[in-house]
Design a binder for this molecule. Structure first.
Ligand code: HAM
Length: 424
């Protein structure tokens, strides 16, 4: 217990963390270019926020939330997703008062008590965007473009953007009626969960993983046939916009989402070279009724979230990284040299050169071995004899070439050499 993390919760070790940092830096640059600003939302919220927004009969709320009563008797939940919190924050701080459209993004951990497997964790991480205040199809196109561009920049090719429209509340209630009628004819095939939810949340049956429900869903009526004029036109314009930008997509008329707040445009970025339940690497959609549901003014919204663990599994080889390697290792021999090296290492680090040294009083051989193990590009050797002569020896660990460098202006000389060799 003491030496084992909780099931489905993972450490991100130094050997992997640079990938995470690069993905985050790239996401921030991209989102900022598209006019999104970062929002930092809390990890805990009142349970009722998620129950209300994601839907009391959704799998997340019914089975997967980490909820507890705190010492003050409040019902608290570790956020299973970010949209509800962003909307709560938007309403609480009246962000709509300053700008008609608010474009926000967030990065951070989410918690769902799912059955852990590859790419499915109990603490996982999302990068998400939410655009609040615009009902026009142009914003759907922008949001989908950012998502598409994100995957292009990562160099991930094996993905497909799948889209659908779930219509507005009116279309949905007509569709639900038809779907309930159909599902009632299929009762013998449906799983217990879907039977129980048939009248309250029939759409879940279309997304259920049990074999009987899957077979029944294949013949179910499709939402597209129940869209009213407004929703149909909206969807057409979104597709037209994507075509204009050359963004490839596939329309999936049977796509539904596990969260209840969606209206109109919904989408998933799906890994095409991998079969199985974990193939959605990002997902999102419109939620035109959510702000009102949470207690704010009627405000449209659209967004998506990308699962970082899932994209890390798909990164091309060029992304392979290890922990930070030092540009320079300083090997010191003797008391005098060690004192000098302490200052020298500090000067080099202050100008941004990743510098390591040995803290034990080891001999030259042991220090060289350590430099090699750390992956240092250069080793600077300084002994009593070198100090006496006012020099040091710089060894290029790749070419094994060695050259003497005067101790005078050593920081500057090393900076130049390392810069010319391609950086720190
Ligand atoms: P979601 O489909 O529940 O949507 O999750 C989005 C993405 O988070 C998934 O496609 C997947 O990559 C990742 N993900 C979800 N659960 C797990 C898990 N247990 N382990 C690893 N990765 C996971 C949402 O969360 C919505 N809030 C998205 C959204 C934003 N819709 C509108 N705005």
């Amino acid at each position: 217990m003491l030496t084992q993390a909780i099931r489905g919760v993972k450490d991100i070790l130094p050997s992997d963390v640079r990938k995470w940092q690069r993905i985050e830096v790239m996401a921030r640059e991209l989102f900022s270019a598209y006019g999104f600003s970062e929002i930092r939302i809390p990890i805990i919220e009142h349970t009722v926020l998620f129950a209300r927004s994601i839907g009391a009969t959704s799998d997340i709320v019914e089975k997967e939330m980490y909820s507890f009563t705190d010492q003050g008797g409040d019902q608290i939940t570790l956020r299973p997703e970010g949209t509800a919190s962003v909307v709560r924050s938007y309403v609480e701080h009246k962000l709509y008062a300053d700008n008609r459209v608010n474009k926000l993004y967030y990065v951070g951990p989410m918690f769902r008590r799912e059955r852990p497997q590859a790419g499915r964790l109990r603490q996982f991480h999302q990068i998400g965007v939410e655009a609040l205040g615009a009902a026009e199809p142009g914003i759907d196109v922008d949001v989908l473009t950012v998502l598409d561009e994100f995957f292009k920049r990562l160099g991930i090719n094996g993905v497909e953007l799948q889209i659908n429209s779930l219509g507005c509340r009116d279309c949905r209630s007509r569709y639900k009626e038809a779907l309930i009628g159909f599902l009632n004819t299929q009762r013998d095939h449906l799983c217990e969960d879907c039977l129980r939810r048939i009248d309250i949340n029939p759409l879940r049956a279309l997304d259920c993983k049990s074999e009987g429900c899957k077979r029944a869903a294949a013949d179910a009526p499709v939402m597209a046939d129940y869209l009213d004029e407004g929703c149909r036109t909206h969807f057409e314009k979104v597709k037209e916009g994507l075509d204009d930008l050359g963004i490839k997509y596939t329309v999936k008329p049977r796509m539904v989402r596990g969260l209840d707040y969606y209206t109109r445009t919904t989408f998933e970025m799906v890994a095409t070279d991998k079969k199985g339940a974990q193939n959605a690497v990002a997902a999102g959609g419109r939620y035109d009724g959510l702000v009102e549901e949470v207690g704010g003014p009627q405000t449209p919204g659209i967004g998506f979230a990308i699962g970082i663990e899932r994209i890390i599994m798909m990164l091309p080889d060029a992304w392979k990284t290890g922990p930070e390697t030092p540009a320079l290792f300083i090997a010191a021999l003797g008391v005098k040299a060690r004192r000098l090296v302490q200052k020298m290492a500090d000067d080099l680090r202050k100008i941004g050169i990743r510098t390591e040294r040995d803290y034990a009083e080891a001999g030259l051989k042991a220090q060289m071995k350590k430099a090699d193990k750390l992956g240092a590009k250069y080793v600077l050797i300084i002994g009593e004899d070198e100090i006496a002569r006012g020099v040091s020896v710089l060894r290029d660990m790749r070419t094994k070439e060695q050259a003497e460098l005067p101790l005078l202006h050593i920081t500057e000389s090393i900076r130049k050499i390392i810069q010319e060799a391609g950086g720190y």
